[in-house]
Design a protein around this ligand. Structure first.
Ligand code: C5J
Length: 243
């Protein structure tokens, strides 16, 4: 056990990097890239893209700390048999499975469904393909986390009030301590970003904690002192010889 502490709201959280996973939600081309599906719908993708660089920095810190890193993608089988009719034809319109600027919308294997190059997974990092908004629903995320002994989740990704929020709620109900990094999540709607984060940390942290990339990187870089290092401490008036 090598515990460290992350500065967070509503209060600082102790965590152990060996039992903490970085979970990066749906940083997919269609949601984030200019000329992708998100922009085609009239959204300002720069509101999401601002999360890329801080997330990349946290990803680097998590990899350096040897932490489990999990990526998720929202999408469906090419035959759409795993897409509920209510999702497929929401409001009488059909987007999922139709042709978009980067292939069929939210269909696995299509260019737009894949993760943006800046945050692309490396070997050994599980990629969870999820049919719903929450990363636990109809996926093997929970068993993967349990098999790694994970207790704490650090969350980044998009969108704050939809897939990040749903995953935090699911994770909290399953007993995980969930920390959302406010500069590493994004929404097409600034007011949803603001209130979405407030909702997580309200009432003493009803769903979890809110922190930021700087605090997360600091916590992950804090190397706890090993007993051998403490023995080597120079002896002064307050040192071992003076006690
Ligand atoms: C995600 C969405 N990833 N907004 N999906 O939040 O539909």
């Amino acid at each position: 056990m090598s515990r460290t502490s992350i500065t967070a709201e509503p209060f600082d959280l102790e965590l152990d990097p060996s039992t903490t996973a970085l979970v990066i939600i749906d940083m997919q081309r269609d949601f984030l890239q200019p000329h992708g599906f998100g922009e085609l719908l009239g959204n300002d993708v720069s509101l999401l893209r601002s999360a890329i660089e801080p997330t990349r920095a946290v990803l680097e810190a998590a990899r350096a700390a040897g932490m489990l890193v999990v990526h998720t993608r929202e999408g469906h089988r090419p035959d759409l048999t795993d897409c509920p009719p209510a999702k497929l034809t929401r409001g009488g319109k059909t987007f999922i499975g139709t042709d978009g600027p980067m292939g069929r919308i939210l269909v696995r294997g299509e260019e737009g469904h894949d993760i943006i190059p800046e945050l692309y997974p490396i070997a050994g990092e599980p990629v969870i393909d999820k049919p719903g908004k929450g990363a636990f629903f109809e996926t093997d995320l929970h068993i993967i986390l349990r098999n790694h002994g994970i207790r704490t989740l650090i969350l980044c990704g998009v969108t704050t009030e939809v897939c990040v929020h749903t995953t935090v709620r699911e994770g909290n109900d399953r007993g995980y301590e969930c920390v959302v990094l406010e500069d590493c999540v994004g929404s097409y709607f600034p007011e949803f970003q603001e209130v979405g984060l407030k909702m997580i940390k309200a009432q003493g942290g009803i769903f979890g904690w809110v922190s930021n990339s700087e605090h997360a990187i600091k916590a992950l870089a804090a190397r706890p002192r090993r007993p051998a290092e403490e023995d080597a401490e120079p002896a002064g008036p307050a040192g071992p010889a003076g006690r």
